[in-house]
Design a protein around this ligand. Structure first.
Ligand code: FMN
Length: 310
């Protein structure tokens, strides 16, 4: 069965978002936000909460970024201890702060180091499975882009294939494109051909708007799966191909806020405002409601806005 999963998104796919998406969308796999291996290992407390794992049978992947193979090794061990089902290595983030340190998409310019990191994580998984007596299969994967300035799919993906990750997810844009233009899915087709007869599966990613479109792309390019990112914002139902009634949207919006408070009792609910805006669409006077939701500071504020609408 092909896989349709929730893509990692920094500042978005946190524990409450993962919970809501899991319950209402039931994607096949779910990624965390990217987590700095160095920050995790040097013990920054805020980073621990990025790896909260709720109880579920859905495959949960911890995504890491950084440059030091040794920190990746240690971070992978932490992810195994926490019960994650896979470890993903970010080789695609185009943000300046990450790229300039040589991490994320910066690894596209360091092919040897990229392979070393994969091998380090694979070693950690092999040893961690024995150490913790883990019975399930744990995957090691990479999420990347098609190239630096122009697509260099053959060389770059070919380089990654040498280290034999279980799968590679390709966001079909280059580093230079960031999020502009359209994802070039023909590059994903090139990668899928390249990976035929290897141990590595290819997932595609970029601009998918529906479950139906995801299934079409999987068929067209002979892929193991597709990840959906932005189209899942305020829309966990996308993974089931369902368009929810307005009441259902509000119910889940409120539940998302409640989960946020449950996971992060000391955090400020204003962080949730962007999510509320994404849910509040496709009904009469949605813009007015969105404006009101942009002011909330606690759950009572949210209820006051929603109660008259139910
Ligand atoms: C706000 C935001 C944050 C993101 N953070 C991450 C991240 O932490 N790790 C990662 O691999 N990709 C990250 N991405 C990229 C997405 O996973 C995905 O590759 C990209 O959005 C294209 O897919 P889409 O068109 O379905 O959104 C992020 C994208 C967005 C919009």
């Amino acid at each position: 069965m092909p896989i349709i999963g929730l893509a990692p998104m920094d500042g978005i796919t946190d524990a409450p978002f993962r919970w809501i998406t899991d319950i209402y969308g039931k994607p096949d796999i779910i990624y965390t936000e990217f987590v700095s291996v160095k920050g995790l290992i040097l013990g920054k407390p805020a980073i621990q909460r990025m790896l909260l794992r709720h109880k579920t049978n859905t495959t949960m992947i911890a995504q890491f970024f950084g440059t030091e193979p040794e920190y990746f090794y240690q971070a992978a061990i932490v992810a195994l201890e926490k019960g994650f089902d896979g470890i993903d290595i970010n080789m695609g983030c185009p943000d300046k702060s990450v790229f300039h340190k040589g991490a994320g998409a910066g690894l596209i310019l360091q092919p040897k180091l990229a392979r070393e990191i994969i091998l380090s994580v694979k070693k950690a998984v092999k040893e961690g499975i024995e150490k913790f007596g883990i019975k399930k299969n744990i995957t090691v994967s990479v999420k990347t882009r098609t190239g630096y300035r122009t697509p260099q799919t053959k060389e770059w993906i070919g380089n990654l294939l040498e280290a034999e990750p279980d799968f590679i997810c390709i966001h079909a844009r280059t580093f230079a494109q960031k999020y502009s233009g359209l994802a070039d899915w023909s590059q994903i087709g090139i990668a899928a051909n390249l990976a035929k007869n290897t141990k590595t599966k290819i997932f595609g990613n970029g601009d998918i708007k529906s479950r139906e479109q995801a299934l079409e792309r999987i068929k067209e390019y002979d892929l193991a799966g597709v990840l959906i990112g932005r189209a899942a914002l305020g829309n966990p139902w996308i993974f089931r191909g369902i368009i929810p009634a307005t009441e259902e949207r509000f119910k889940v919006l409120l539940e998302h806020c409640q989960k946020f408070v449950e996971f992060f009792p000391n955090a400020d609910l204003s962080i949730m405002r962007k999510h509320l805006g994404w849910y509040a669409k496709d009904f009469p006077h949605a813009a007015e409601i969105r404006n009101e939701l942009m002011q909330v500071n606690n759950i009572d504020d949210v209820k006051k806005i929603l109660n008259p609408l139910f």
